[in-house]
Design a binder for this molecule. Structure first.
Ligand SMILES: Cc1ncc(COP(=O)(O)O)c(C=O)c1O
Length: 398
């Protein structure tokens, strides 16, 4: 039998990111595998929140315009860093809203339903909030989701075949709405191939990148996707309910925001308080109201860690961790576990998912042993950029 403990120690020694572990708050005797749901708190994120609170205390209303991070332009400032993380131009990205409200804002603002195009292609394994949102948008257009929302079926219950998506891209389709990584199985979709196929048919391609931003290098601009939205509380370690991100390709700029509001103004005009709106000519125009400064604050710290580590390096570590996890699972686990994550590196994101009929009870038992995994109708273990003691869990669970 492979000596996995020894192998883990060797891998840890060679790990170029090992020093970052001390940046994060880990609990003793606890093993965190749930970075896909909620990334852990880092010391840098924590001190950024305290700094913003201090500014509020000291500067009061002047916090909007003074200090190291004037709140008035904090979203724009941090969006420059976010643009680097997703491979976009600065003007194409803004940190704003929530994942779900950004879906609403982007799709409504892109106004895809025209020239007889009324259908939206989604998949049956999609995160429910996206389905609720796009259904509401269709209904508002007078389009019944039962007829106009086409849900691509999964053949195995875990993954969606690219060809099955492409075969639904017909002339009456307005929009392709897909995740970059499926939230349960961790399957990574080929965004470039899907976008090219959609564009050939005049269809807009929009992606939910909640499960990839922060753990997979993206090249949104060159990939040519029309838009993307993502949360920042998973792989970006922004904290519960941290402010989300959106990307709109420069070919759609300037864009008229469907959910318009004064924070979408050209910054130099916002305080004119005029009733004729002068929107920003960048993605920033897709902001509506006052940004949630306290929920952006942790990103000051956590984005700097992501950039310091390097997104390519994070991906390499993530793949090394998940490869190792699968190697151990395959050798040691034989109690009716099914592997539901594609094994090829270019077909999976940052987490590994195992399916088992008793998954709920297994997760509960693991938690009692200090192993924090995620349960979503199947047992799923997630990598976090700051978790590396995966070996111990497997020794304890078998
Ligand atoms: C893939 C995906 N999309 C959308 C959402 C909804 O995000 P929010 O609650 O931030 O709007 C989530 C939440 O976990 C998610 O995982």
């Amino acid at each position: 039998m492979t000596n996995f403990l020894e192998k883990a120690r060797q891998l840890d020694k060679q790990d170029p990111l090992k020093d970052l572990k001390k940046e994060f708050y880990l609990k003793e005797d606890s093993y965190y595998f749930d970075g896909n749901s909620l990334g852990l708190l880092s010391k840098k994120a924590e001190s950024a929140v305290f700094e913003i609170l201090q500014m509020w205390k000291d500067n009061q209303i002047d916090g909007w315009t003074e200090g190291e991070y004037p709140w008035f332009t904090l979203s724009e400032k941090l969006s420059e860093q976010m643009a680097q993380v997703v491979g976009a131009k600065k003007k194409e990205v803004i940190i704003t809203g929530q994942t779900t409200t950004n879906l609403h804002q982007l799709i409504r603002s892109l106004r895809p339903f025209k020239d007889g195009r009324t259908k939206v292609i989604v998949n049956e394994l999609e995160f429910p909030s996206d389905i609720y949102a796009i259904s509401a948008i269709l209904e508002e257009q007078g389009l019944d989701p039962l007829q106009h929302l086409i849900s691509v079926k999964s053949k195995d219950g875990y993954t969606i075949a690219t060809e099955d998506i492409i075969s639904e891209l017909k002339d009456d389709v307005a929009l392709l709405l897909m995740p970059s990584v499926l939230y349960r199985s961790g399957q990574l979709l080929d965004m470039k191939k899907l976008t090219e196929a959609a564009h050939k048919k005049g269809i807009l391609a929009v992606f939910d990148c909640s499960h990839s931003v922060g753990c997979i290098p993206h090249d949104f601009h060159n990939c040519g996707i029309d838009a993307a939205f993502w949360c920042t509380y998973k792989y970006l370690n922004g904290g519960p309910g941290a402010v989300a991100g959106l990307f709109i390709h420069e070919k759609h700029l300037p864009i008229k925001a469907a959910l318009a509001g004064w924070f979408g103004s050209d910054k130099s005009k916002q305080f004119d308080m005029a009733h004729n709106f002068t929107p920003a000519d960048e993605a920033g125009s897709l902001q509506s109201g006052t940004p949630h400064i306290l929920s952006i604050a942790p990103l000051i710290g956590s984005l700097s860690i992501t950039l310091e580590a390097g997104i390519q390096e994070i991906r390499e570590k993530s793949l090394a961790l998940t490869d190792f996890l699968m190697e151990i699972a395959k050798e040691l686990l034989d109690f009716n576990f099914e592997y539901t994550t594609p094994s090829l590196a270019n077909e999976r994101g940052g987490h590994i998912s195992l399916s088992h009929p008793e998954a709920a009870r297994i997760c509960k038992a693991l938690k009692a042993e200090g192993v924090i995994s995620d349960f979503r109708f199947q047992i799923a273990f997630y990598h976090s950029t700051c978790t590396c003691s995966i070996i111990y869990f497997f020794f304890r669970c078998v």
